[in-house]
Design a protein around this ligand. Structure first.
Ligand code: NAI
Ligand code: MG
Length: 352
């Protein structure tokens, strides 16, 4: 088919890993006979510092008119924390109704993991993170700010609507996998939100009798994930818990440079966006030390949702194969630059 892609390279290593992913996309198009028309959308710290613009209306319109968005990473030490997160990333997720954040936690054969004895067979799960609300709604207030009497209140908003669409998506995903769905929350302490999430899972489980359901507290999750990841198939969780447990998941599977994600629009009202889970890594930007695998595996997720399943599987296999041969997954010890690793994935695509 033919697909319209918006590309947001962003800041720091964002453009470096995105270039590598686009080279892999060029090769995949040739090999599998599809085509893309790409539009670069410049967003992030550089644009903000130059013009004060975060997410202008015309950028939203451009993103909306595409079939998928590839996103590198944004962020800079020159911008106050929170401005780009709320003004660009969270604003984009909201404008495009990216209802869930899909984060596979998959250890590929031959990829080093810090967890002794962990095998690829035991580590193949997907975390579905609610992507629109919870503690990320930006609601709260502080009284007596900057004094010893300061009190900061940060609210978490949980609607039946958003929990329901995330849990329903997760049940359908579990049906295509090993048919097990785990809710991860902290229902014993966050009782209001917890009750809502539990009731949604219980209600929907009647519609998916073939899927087994399970529950873990988020603190227990941080123990189970590194020790018994085989216990999980699809894990559904709220925005904050999902943010945290997926970084832990990324560690199991080779680190931040390897982990991929998709921000999925589920109802056709916006465009899905695919991005490595790492940030702009200003500490290594410009050196060629960034691992492009997270960006390439995010491209594979994008191809899957665009209906290019064969190309998606080949890109994933090629990236996994090249990863298994790297002496280290990041930095100088990787033994090859971002561009060279990307080129190896391109070459391997012809062989898988
Ligand atoms: P980070 O993910 O950029 O970096 C954390 C550490 O991992 C750094 O030491 C970095 O060198 C390393 N690293 C990250 N990606 C790598 C890769 N592909 N290959 C090799 N090493 C890699 O997180 P950090 O340092 O907390 O944030 C840096 C900036 O990125 C901040 O401005 C932050 O707000 C932003 N950020 C943006 C995200 C996004 O655009 N979605 C997500 C996370 C952070
Ligand atoms: Mg995070």
């Amino acid at each position: 088919g033919h697909h319209r892609l918006a590309v947001i390279p962003g800041d720091g290593i964002g453009p470096e890993v995105t270039d590598a992913a686009l080279a892999v996309l060029d090769a995949a198009e040739q090999r599998f006979g599809f085509s893309t028309e790409r539009t670069t959308v410049s967003l992030g710290a550089d644009r903000y510092l130059e013009s004060g613009e975060l997410l202008p209306d015309e950028a939203v319109a451009e993103l909306r008119s595409n079939d998928a968005i590839l996103f590198g990473a944004i962020g800079s030490p020159k911008v106050t924390p929170g401005i780009l997160e709320h003004g660009v990333i969270l604003a984009m997720r909201a404008a495009m109704t990216q209802a869930v954040n899909l984060r596979p936690v998959r250890l590929y054969p031959g990829v080093p993991t810090p967890i002794a004895g962990l095998t690829p067979q035991r580590c193949d799960l997907v975390v579905v993170r609610e992507n629109s609300e919870g503690a990320y709604v930006g609601r709260g207030s502080t009284v007596h700010r900057g004094t010893p009497a300061a009190v900061a209140v940060q609210e978490s908003v949980n609607t039946w609507y958003a929990a329901h669409r995330a849990v329903d998506f997760s049940f359908r995903l579990a049906q295509q996998r090993r048919k097990k769905l785990t809710l991860c929350h902290k229902t014993n302490v966050l009782v209001e939100a917890g009750r809502l999430w539990l009731s949604v899972v219980e209600e929907l489980s009647a519609q998916y009798p073939d899927v087994e359901t399970d529950y873990v507290h988020v603190d227990a999750m941080c123990m189970h994930l590194p020790t018994t990841p085989e216990r999980f198939d699809v894990v559904v969780t709220d925005n904050l818990f999902g943010d945290i447990v997926t970084d832990l998941g990324a560690v199991l599977a080779g680190g931040l440079g390897v982990a991929a994600s998709g921000n999925l629009n589920l109802d056709g009202s916006g465009t899905s966006m695919f991005e490595p889970i790492h940030g702009s890594a200003p500490d290594i930007a410009g050196r060629g030390w960034a691992n492009p695998a997270g960006a390439v595996l995010s491209l594979a997720l994008a191809l899957g949702t665009l209906g290019e399943g064969e190309a998606a599987a080949a890109v994933e296999a090629a990236a996994a194969s090249v990863l298994s041969e790297l002496p280290a997954l990041a930095g100088e010890a990787m033994g090859a630059t971002t561009e060279v690793v990307g080129q190896r994935i391109v070459d391997r695509l012809g062989e898988v």
